[in-house]
Design a binder for this molecule. Structure first.
Ligand code: SF4
Ligand code: SF4
Length: 408
């Protein structure tokens, strides 16, 4: 079976799927089952499909591929499964198994699974959107075309928040940590990376960043491109190791799981959620933040909840800002529809999930929306713009850095 953890022995697909006792407890937590209550759109149904595909009992049909492709990889099912079914490993192995059965991928599909190309497209999108002509051109493309979707949804760089340009000088007496920039995040989430540097610096940490582009490999892994993901992970590991520190911190929850759980088996490098790291810092309570009397909605990405540090460290950090009224958006549906490049590949499902999330947000009458994942930030921000709402969608760290008191 596919060696999906890059050199580590893994269970076979048959063994993984046999762990499912078909109890159905995961069904109410699955966003795609919520959209379409059909067994094949549920975790249990997909596991049954995977088991039969692995044993050769089920021919590969367009319908089977569609049910498997509709999976967001949100892992809400894995989080609630009493049998501890390793759903993520099942879907990765299944997609790898199906890769040869698929028609040769078109150029656009290959682009969408290649972070380096996505970044170039993102930069192009940012540049041309400054002239506002890309969405106009996109309207002339066929309605279902992924190129049109890409032109519409690969946005200009999200509105960057201003963070203190000159944080108070602090002696870096805590040693060095690495800040993992990611590929897409290094284009779209620069304000978050700046904010992380400021907050870590204020606590006395020296911050190092790789000098070459790095990628967690999530897009390739979730497309079943395990070899490409492994190559990307090896290059990333070398780049992080060259920074000469023991801990790498990740701001975007979408990158965290791939990097920590799949990217670098056997590595002694500690990969941590920057939010958990900051919340556990003994000096954090010494930081002072300016008052902000606003209603702030918090979207909790699936990755934050199921592979990141959950909501507790995040809410703990935000509670440092006096006057803030935090409104956590409901868990259901758990996913906003962004899910890597899902929002391009599965536009209809993604739009329906986003609409529900934006409706929830609308009911909160909030002044600001926060999310810890760059994919959610882009997708929800585009959705708000398309609804005519001129509202910033920020990473919580950007808000914290903006409110940080700087001593003269
Ligand atoms: S994945 Fe887990 S919760 Fe879902 S049906 Fe199987 S055993 Fe039950
Ligand atoms: S990963 Fe998410 S979308 Fe996929 S089956 Fe599990 S709950 Fe459903």
């Amino acid at each position: 079976m596919a060696d999906t953890t890059h050199g580590q022995p893994v269970k076979s697909l048959a063994a993984l799927t046999d762990q499912c006792v078909m109890c159905g407890l995961c069904l109410p937590h699955c966003p795609t089952y919520g959209l379409d209550p059909h067994e094949a759109e549920s975790p249990r149904g997909r596991i049954a499909l995977a088991r039969r595909l692995a044993s050769g009992q089920l021919p590969v049909t367009a319908a089977t591929l569609a049910h498997l492709d509709h999976c967001l990889g949100c892992l809400a099912c894995e989080a609630v499964c009493p049998s501890h079914v390793e759903y993520e490993e099942i879907i990765i192995q299944t997609r790898a198994l199906l890769r040869p059965s698929r028609p040769p991928r078109g150029r656009l599909s290959r682009w969408l699974a290649d972070p380096a190309i996505l970044v170039r497209l993102a930069r192009l999108g940012s540049a041309v959107r400054a002239g506002y002509w890309l969405p106009t051109v996109a309207r002339w493309l066929p309605g279902s075309s992924r190129l049109r979707r890409l032109a519409t949804e690969i946005p200009g760089t999200p509105a960057h928040v201003s963070v203190p340009p000159r944080p108070a000088p602090v002696t870096a007496d805590r040693g060095r940590v690495i800040l993992f920039p990611g590929c897409v995040a290094s284009v779209f989430d620069r304000d978050t990376l700046d904010a992380a540097r400021i907050l870590l610096g204020a606590l006395g940490h020296e911050v190092a960043m790789p000098t070459v582009p790095v990628c967690c490999g999530a897009l390739a892994l979730h497309a079943g491109e395990v070899e490409a993901a492994a190559r990307s992970a090896q290059a990333t590991h070398s780049a992080l190791r060259a920074c000469d520190a023991e801990t790498a911190l990740v701001c975007s929850s979408g990158c965290l799981g791939s990097l920590r759980d799949h990217g670098m088996p056997g590595s002694t490098l500690r990969i941590d959620d920057v939010l958990a790291f900051l919340a556990a810092d003994v000096r954090w309570p010494q930081l002072r933040f300016k008052t902000l009397t606003q209603r702030v909605a918090v979207h909790l990405p699936c990755t934050q909840m199921h592979v990141g540090s959950g909501k507790q460290p995040l809410l703990q950090l935000l509670a440092s800002i006096p006057g803030l009224q935090l409104l956590v958006l409901p868990n259901q549906p758990g996913c906003c529809g962004a899910a890597g490049n899902y929002f391009i590949e599965q536009a209809d499902h993604a739009d329906r999930l986003r609409a529900e999330k934006l409706d929830q947000f609308g009911r909160q009458s909030a002044d600001l929306l926060l999310t810890t994942n760059i994919g959610c930030r882009i997708f929800l921000g585009n959705g708000l713009r398309q609804r005519g709402a001129r509202m910033a969608v920020l990473h919580p760290l950007a808000l914290l850095a903006r409110q940080l008191e700087t001593q003269a």
